[in-house]
Design a protein around this ligand. Sequence first.
Ligand code: GRF
Length: 198
Amino acid sequence: MTKRVAILISGGGSNMVSLVNSMTGDHPARPVLVLSNDPNAGGLAKARALNVPTFAIDHKPFGKDRAAFEAALQKALETAKPDIICLAGFMRILTPEFTRMWEGRMLNIHPSLLPKYKGLHTHARALEAGDTEHGCSVHEVTAELDGGPILGQAKIAVSADDTAETLAARLLPLEHQLYPQVLQRYAAGDRTPLMING
Ligand code: GRF
């Protein structure tokens, strides 16, 4: 049975594009929805150009009422009926209640070698710490922010003249390799961690 995948984005959606482009041929999954919490997210137009249905729920009118925003999100997801949700540059922190509803069916990509540098500004923090290697991780989403089981990682060496911007730019193409490979395995029921060296 082909798995239905919903992809949640907040920005440009480059990871979303790599996921959608990978789901062809004998891939066990197909994209059924790209949803954003920002109606102006650049990734929505990219998804439409790839003929994937899109939907936007502006989180701003909900203010601090995360439960109300997530109720609207859940309603949109129930319409699309995904088997798997991929968070791809989705910048809203989801409540434990919401993550528990989708536990074991929701993935996220994070630009650090988890469990190091959960949260934001991962590239700057790796440089500040003098790390010699950096990377990105795909993990299952649980109630603990960036804390779920790791399903894949990709590593790059940090060079002396790296900045947060150059690190981010060198890491993004690896994210675009790692996430589709992990999704293909996950949709086929394979949760063994994958390692890629950049
Ligand atoms: C990526 O670096 C991802 O790891 C992080 O946000 C960035 C999103 O990029 N969570 P894009 O929107 O997929 O281009």
